[in-house]
Design a protein around this ligand. Structure first.
Ligand SMILES: *[C@@H]1O[C@H](CO)[C@@H](O)[C@H](O)[C@H]1NC(C)=O
Ligand SMILES: *[C@@H]1O[C@H](CO)[C@@H](O)[C@H](O)[C@H]1NC(C)=O
Ligand SMILES: *[C@@H]1O[C@H](CO)[C@@H](O)[C@H](O)[C@H]1NC(C)=O
Length: 249
């Protein structure tokens, strides 16, 4: 069974005020049966300090607010450096740090999983083992979901380690939907697409969203900016378009 496509939002925007993430809260309320996968990124990873440290108080407040919406999964960002052995200790330590968020009791800031940025695409046995070890640590720590972001079509063996693999992350000018359509349907269901620097009109974005949802992708993002720390000018329209395309409204 193919599940309806979810919205994938890399949300690297620092929640400096209670209203900073309001466009997201508004969309979660407006589209309660659309599913949102949100990637938070306190400090190119979980930050060196734990959630009880004052330095993270803005994040604790924002994530506990986000946690009140039933239609989200929250992912912690980690940098993977293509599975490099030299980064493996830091990667495992980042995952263990995020796991402490799930044990934090003053408020619910529990995370559903880990977003592995700069994941590998070409298969290599040692690199595969590093990623398998990291994904297993995350799962056994209660961070049960994994998204890998190679930003390109990855070797199919990596799909066994992750719920979803970002098979395209790039500018709209470089996006080729036919390359995604060429993937087997079973692969597309576990694939995500992130298109940034979208320059078209709102109506053309709607057609793009309909095409991507129609391909049966696991999740998608289309944003007018080239930065994950700003809202797309078409964010609200995008969430409406995905919701219409998946047929929930
Ligand atoms: C997280 O990983 C980064 C490298 O990407 C490293 O610099 C940092 O110290 C790690 N943080 C923790 C808490 O493990
Ligand atoms: C925190 O929120 C999540 C998602 O709603 C829920 O599954 C979990 O049980 C909550 N944790 C606690 C300790 O209430
Ligand atoms: C692929 O995605 C489906 C949901 O569409 C999920 O149930 C399944 O666990 C995923 N497969 C893997 C290997 O993660």
């Amino acid at each position: 069974m193919v599940l309806p496509s979810a919205i994938l939002l890399p949300l690297y925007l620092y929640p400096s005020a209670p209203t900073t993430w309001t466009p997201l809260y508004n969309s979660l309320t407006a589209h309660p049966t659309t599913h949102f996968d949100i990637v938070i990124n306190p400090d190119s990873g979980p930050s060196l300090v734990g959630p009880s440290d004052d330095a993270l108080s803005d994040y604790v407040a924002a994530v506990s607010q986000l946690r009140t919406y039933p239609n989200v999964h929250i992912f912690g960002y980690v940098y993977t450096s293509h599975g490099a052995a030299s980064l493996q200790p830091a990667l495992l330590s980042n995952i263990s740090r995020y796991a402490t968020w799930n044990a934090y009791t003053p408020s619910n800031i529990s995370l559903d999983g880990i977003f592995f940025d700069e994941a590998p695409s070409a298969y290599d046995a040692d690199i595969f083992t590093n990623l398998a070890t990291a994904a297993a640590l995350a799962r056994s720590s209660g961070l049960r979901r994994a998204i890998f972001n190679p930003g390109a079509v990855a070797d199919t063996r990596y799909f066994a380690l992750a719920d979803s693999v970002v098979v395209f992350e790039g500018a709209y000018a470089d996006f080729d939907a036919s390359a995604i359509a060429a993937l087997a349907q079973g692969v597309r269901a576990n694939s995500s697409v992130v298109v940034y620097d979208y320059t078209g009109a709102e109506a053309d974005q709607k057609a793009l969203v309909e095409r991507l949802v129609g391909l049966g992708l696991g999740s998608l993002d289309v944003t007018t900016t080239g930065s994950y720390s700003e809202w797309s000018a078409l964010w609200a329209a995008f969430t409406q378009q995905v919701s219409s395309a998946v047929g929930v409204e």
